[in-house]
Write a protein that binds this ligand. Structure first.
Ligand code: GLN
Length: 240
């Protein structure tokens, strides 16, 4: 019997893919393959045609200049991405893409980069960058570990749930203790690192929902990945 296929789409790998974000794609692919899925990886850059079948979407961070480059194209995709999110497609949007999943990012120079409003969130560039190792507590995922590097300060709308609460680091804005955002099966976060190699529970949430949405079931094999626990405790113990 042919292996079940999962179509994984990486948004804007050319312009939005920094601080190890590519590792998220590698982890999603590997954890699916280890459970018997064939992964078709689609790389979507501005002007490309959007694939017919998409089960899982991931996109990374970028400089303000990278965000500018993809802005017009992303606005064209906005309706499609919102439909897919509302239809339960799992997505991971990191940092620069997280900001543009919100309504807009007004940079520290006053330039407005318009987002798609998939998330009720708004970002304004601050005078200093928030940089360092980060730890969150999340009701869904437990302790989440990562690394942040952003100037944008994000405020969530009243009905949007954060991804977690910061116990080390700055998070969305360095003020309200929130980090990231959750909507349907969408996870948005400032955390690079990459996020998913350090946080397998988050990776498995995404692959589970991709498989269940497409096939109705998930081949839920427990994975024993060497060094995973040691890497997590090492990362959590690092100073800011
Ligand atoms: N350019 C955005 C900021 O500085 C996003 C940075 C990033 O993706 N790391 O806030």
């Amino acid at each position: 019997m042919d292996a079940p296929v999962i179509d994984l789409l990486q948004l804007y790998p050319r312009d939005m893919n920094i601080y190890g974000d590519w590792g998220n794609v590698l982890v999603l692919r590997k954890r699916l393959q280890l459970r018997g899925y064939e992964v078709r990886l689609h790389e979507y850059n501005p002007g490309d045609s959007f694939p017919e079948q998409v089960d899982l979407i991931v996109g990374g961070g970028g400089q303000d200049s990278g965000q500018n480059k993809i802005q017009a194209d992303l606005l064209g995709l906005g309706g499609r991405l919102k439909e897919l999110a509302d239809d339960g497609v799992p997505m991971l949007a990191i940092c620069g893409l997280y900001q543009l999943f919100g309504h807009r990012f007004t940079t520290h120079t006053g330039e407005v980069i318009t987002g798609i409003g998939l998330l009720d969130a708004e970002t304004v560039g601050g005078p200093t960058r928030l940089i360092g190792n980060t730890v969150l507590e999340s009701a869904e995922f437990g302790t989440v570990i990562g690394y942040e590097n952003h100037s944008g300060l994000t405020t969530l709308g009243p009905d949007l749930t954060p991804f977690g609460t910061v116990t080390k680091g700055q998070g969305n804005n360095g003020q309200d203790g929130t980090e990231g955002a959750r909507y349907r099966h969408v996870i948005a976060s400032y955390l690079h690192g990459s996020l998913l190699p350090k946080n397998p529970a988050v990776a498995d949430y995404l692959v589970r929902h991709a498989a269940e949405r497409r096939y109705g079931t998930f081949n839920d094999v427990a994975l024993e990945v060497p060094y995973e626990a040691a890497a997590r405790s090492d990362a959590a113990a690092r100073p800011r």
